[in-house]
Design a protein around this ligand. Structure first.
Ligand code: NAP
Length: 328
């Protein structure tokens, strides 16, 4: 197996644990033996459990001696709840380490230097890993990475004039949303959505619930009825976006999804905290209704709010556009 193939496997391992590791990063690691054959794969366990490198080394056993590690993030170099991964790699007899991203976390960084100082050939691949992007951005920003998600008609409406919005998109797009929710630390809505839609904000499969459920968060001052789906399943309540972001960060959230509605979406954009947008666009027209954001973002093309399109996926009859902030 070559390094690029090993990185693909490590990337998949990263993606498989996204949502379950916060505040730690969802890292994937692969160990190749001295002949270059796959000897072990590991991913970050929930907090307190082994890091990806340690899990991969455990599967590789003595085949790690003289082998190569390929990791999605620079091996950590600090004693937290677990020992440093850089030392575990050296102790296991690894000769070469390839890592896709540098660790921006000051206490954990320095793994590459540690490895080099002990004669391990160390390479920084500088390759984006989708599963790690929110964690890396959150660590840099000191607040959770925020994705704003909405479903809209092609003419930009998130609800009809009678307030109904279920459903703008088809089944395939909606089931994709549930799978996406299962990878997030928290789902956030405003009281307007909580009252209008009575959402559960759970991550559901066709037969039940995903193993990982995000925290459910409501922003606003209005009362949520005790009989609502949110009240019966438990949710957190904050009076503003900044307060919510701080509390969520302090309690370990790194990757959150704001699911609207239009008032909350507009204020998050206004605050400048939207890092990514997921626009689920349905080939349907309303011509009137509730726009996807309630306030003007700019009145002239000179200061238009631009994002970069990072992916476009067709989901049944709908399209998911993923947009990233230009300064990311
Ligand atoms: N198509 C979609 O993707 C989608 C998604 C969600 C909702 N919707 C539709 O959108 C409609 C509801 O719209 P909406 O704009 O009323 O919903 P919303 O944005 O979920 O709720 C608005 C409320 O949230 C609170 N809020 C928003 N920003 C705030 C801030 N910065 N600080 C403090 N509180 C803040 C306020 O609550 P208080 O007034 O209680 O203080 C505000 O009245 C419904 O028709 C729903 O079906 C569509």
């Amino acid at each position: 197996m070559d390094i690029a193939q090993a990185l693909t496997v490590a990337h998949e391992a990263s993606a498989s644990v996204r949502g379950t590791t916060s505040p730690n990063p969802p890292v994937g690691a692969v160990i190749l033996d001295a002949q270059g054959d796959l000897a072990g794969v590991g991913a970050t366990a929930p907090p307190g459990g082994p890091h990806a490198e340690v899990a991969a080394l455990a599967t590789a056993g003595t085949r790690a001696i003289g082998g190569t590690a390929v990791v999605t993030l620079e091996p950590c170099n600090h004693y937290g709840r677990t020992g440093p991964c850089s030392k575990a790699l050296v102790d296991a007899g690894i000769n070469r380490v390839f890592y896709a991203n540098q660790d921006p976390f000051p206490q954990a960084a320095g793994g590459a230097e540690f490895l080099k100082a002990r004669g391990v050939e160390t390479h920084f691949l500088n390759t984006p890993i989708r599963a790690l992007t929110p964690w890396l951005a959150a660590t840099r920003l000191g607040r959770p990475h925020v994705t704003l998600k909405f479903a809209a008609t092609v003419d930009g409406f998130a609800a009809a004039s009678d307030g109904s919005s279920q459903w703008i998109t088809g089944e395939q797009a909606r089931s994709f949303v549930h799978s996406d929710r299962s990878k997030r630390d928290a789902i956030v809505v405003g009281t307007g959505t909580a009252l209008a839609d009575n959402p559960s904000l759970t991550a559901r499969t066709a037969d039940g619930l995903y193993a990982h459920q995000p925290r459910r968060v409501v922003i606003g001052s209005r009362e949520i009825p005790e009989t609502s789906n949110l009240a019966t399943s438990g949710f957190e309540r904050y009076s503003g976006i900044s307060e919510a972001l701080k509390a969520l960060w302090d309690t370990g959230c790194r990757d959150i999804l704001i699911e609207g509605g239009p008032t909350l979406a507009a204020s998050a954009l206004q605050l400048g905290v939207v890092d990514q947008i997921q626009a689920y666009i349905a080939p349907a027209l309303l011509g009137t209704g509730k726009s996807i954001i309630t306030w003007p973002q700019s009145t002239t093309m000179d200061d238009i709010h631009r994002f970069e399109t990072t992916s476009v996926v067709t989901l049944g009859n709908d399209v998911l556009m993923e947009l990233t902030r230009k300064d990311q």
